[in-house]
Design a protein around this ligand. Structure first.
Ligand code: SAH
Length: 259
């Protein structure tokens, strides 16, 4: 059983963790590894040694300059964090997260799970690009897992959920005349489509004076959170972009002078 979920490692500092993550993925049937600005040599002998037999995953891994590029084509992105953040986000336990990822795949979306650097984890900006966050329940006084172990646990949950669904399908439990709600939902907007929308929103809100060009990081994150929660599809993003275009001052002026 292959599970087409991309595992994205952001600014990993230890090559051994990249190798161990590849091994963790392969044992669970995942194969799509993306690295964002690794802070260590890659490819490296240490990564290869720690991957043991999973060298094919390392050889096929793609390296990106930024997180948005690594997940541009994804409609459902999960961010991982060991701790609570300043701007709270919908946060799921691993089992619910796995179910939502599989629902997203069933609805025709590409999906990714994003992991942060060993020392600090993901930035709030990186986490704001994710629809939901997942936290592996750990000892609150010692909450941070080794990166590759976090990859292992979340890949394991995906495999358990996928095996459950395969068994249910075999028993015919999901093949009634009623389609599952998740299977009739249109495809979600991709990260690239949402990013164009956020840029557009930012431009219009700076022009209107609601947002200042710099600062106001938290306000921007909260605006994103509203739209992330809405799980917009492509058509809804097009409608919102049309709304923004209609509010752009330059266009407003043209229409006023025409009337
Ligand atoms: N101090 C960082 C921990 C970094 S550990 C923090 O608080 O986020 C490196 C990465 O492993 C994290 O970015 C995350 O991707 C993953 N990770 C570690 N512990 C985790 C946990 N309890 N739940 C979810 N992901 C975890």
């Amino acid at each position: 059983m292959q599970i087409p979920v991309r595992i994205v490692l952001v600014e990993t500092t230890h090559p051994g963790n990249i190798g161990a993550a590849a091994r963790a993925m392969k044992t669970m049937g995942l194969y799509d590894l993306a690295l964002v600005r690794p802070r260590c040599a890659f490819p490296s002998d240490e990564a290869t040694a720690r991957a043991t037999g999973a060298t094919d995953i390392l050889e096929n891994a793609r390296v990106y300059d930024s997180l948005p590029e690594a997940i541009a084509d994804c409609g459902f992105v999960v961010g991982t964090s060991a701790r609570e953040r300043a701007v709270e986000w919908p946060t799921l336990p691993p089992r619910d997260c796995a179910a939502q990822v599989l629902d997203a795949l069933d609805a025709g979306n590409r999906a990714a799970i994003v992991f942060g650097p060993e020392k600090y984890g993901l930035t709030n900006e990186a986490l704001a690009r994710c629809a939901v966050h997942v936290r592996i329940p750990t000892n609150p006084e010692f909450s941070s897992l080794n990166l590759a172990m976090a990859v292992q646990l979340l890949c394991y949950e995906l495999r358990l959920a996928a095996l459950d669904r395969a068994r249910a399908d075999e028993r015919g439990e999901t093949s009634g005349t009623e389609p599952q709600p998740s299977r009739v939902r249109p495809r979600l907007a991709t990260v690239a489509e949402l990013d164009h929308f956020y840029d557009h929103l930012d431009r219009v809100l700076v022009e209107s004076g609601f947002l200042r060009a710099d600062h106001q990081r938290q306000l921007r994150l909260k605006l994103r959170r509203i739209f992330q929660r809405a799980a917009l599809d492509k058509n809804e993003v097009d409608i919102l972009r049309g709304v923004l275009t209609s509010l752009e001052p330059s266009r407003y002026r043209v229409e006023r002078s025409e009337s």
